[in-house]
Ligand binder design. Structure first.
Ligand SMILES: CC(C)(COP(=O)(O)OP(=O)(O)OC[C@H]1O[C@@H](n2cnc3c(N)ncnc32)[C@H](O)[C@@H]1OP(=O)(O)O)[C@@H](O)C(=O)NCCC(=O)NCCS
Length: 237
């Protein structure tokens, strides 16, 4: 992969990527189905986010290869996860995209499971979601925090869980409460219920804040390899 790193996470702000002066350039790299996807959204803000994220996805893959952004074709897997359909790249390039108002991201790597998620910070820690989607140890860790620290920890755990289910590519078939993240001073740690049939030790995990307004998480399958090198870049467009 061009750049020499094992994983590159590209981030961009939709307001910048789809700003009036850059909008035509973003549209020019999209395929017809991307444009149809963008046009489906009712609100301008959502169309801007979709345009930014589809353009970022193509430019990110092109920044790692010699392929032009408009040349990529994608196919969806059984659970809707997009993969590269053409042109053929050997060894295969894998990627994952995350959308939110204010921030979009695309993680690119070679032949590894990878998932990325971005979420805005919020002011509450919703009890219903914690009850339904968090592991007992995550709930206990949240309860042990001062009330003022819980919303931030909620978003951190949520973002990590989403990045993990996206890396697995199975969507919500994976019960979120069986995925258990621990956050303390070091990198996030993961424990998985045996029914998930996955070895938690094979994942490399990152949690960071690309903008003061957002959290981002990356889950990439390291396997038995030494720690992977991860580069974070802003919009390659
Ligand atoms: C993909 C998924 C796992 C996450 O989607 P999301 O958080 O809504 O949206 P994100 O922006 O993070 O990711 C969307 C992108 O992931 C990719 N994607 C789609 N299906 C995917 C899958 N099965 N696995 C991994 N990535 C997938 C696509 O690139 C998609 O981009 P697009 O919308 O521009 O086509 C989705 O299947 C989902 O089910 N989300 C719901 C989460 C939820 O409600 N959790 C509450 C449980 S209590």
């Amino acid at each position: 992969m061009r750049g020499g790193h094992d994983v590159i996470v590209f981030c961009g702000r939709p307001e910048a990527l789809a700003a009036p002066g850059r909008r035509d350039a973003a549209l020019a790299v999209l395929a017809t189905d991307d444009r149809d996807h963008v046009a489906r959204f009712r609100f301008e803000r959502d169309r801007e986010q979709a345009l930014a994220s589809r353009a970022l996805q193509r430019r990110a893959l092109s920044a790692c290869t010699d392929v032009a952004p408009a040349a990529w074709r994608f196919v969806a897997g059984a659970h809707g996860r997009p993969e590269i359909g053409a042109p053929p790249i050997t060894p295969p390039l894998r990627f994952n995209v995350a959308n939110s108002h204010g921030l979009v991201a695309c993680a690119v790597t070679i032949d590894r499971d990878v998932g990325v998620d971005v979420e805005p910070w919020r002011g509450d820690a919703p009890a219903e979601l914690i009850e339904r989607c968090f592991a007992p140890a995550e709930r206990a860790a949240l309860t042990a925090l001062p009330a003022g620290s819980r919303p931030r920890r909620f978003v951190e755990l949520w973002t990590l869980k989403e990045a993990y289910i996206k890396a697995r590519g199975l969507g919500l078939e994976l019960p979120l409460e069986l995925i258990d993240f621990t956050l303390d001073d070091g990198p996030p740690r993961l424990a998985l219920d045996p029914s998930l049939d996955d070895d938690a030790a094979t994942w490399q995990l990152e949690l960071w804040s690309p903008l003061p307004s957002h959290a981002a998480a990356l889950c990439v399958r390291r396997g038995a390899a030494p720690p992977l090198t991860i580069e974070r870049r802003w919009d390659p467009g």
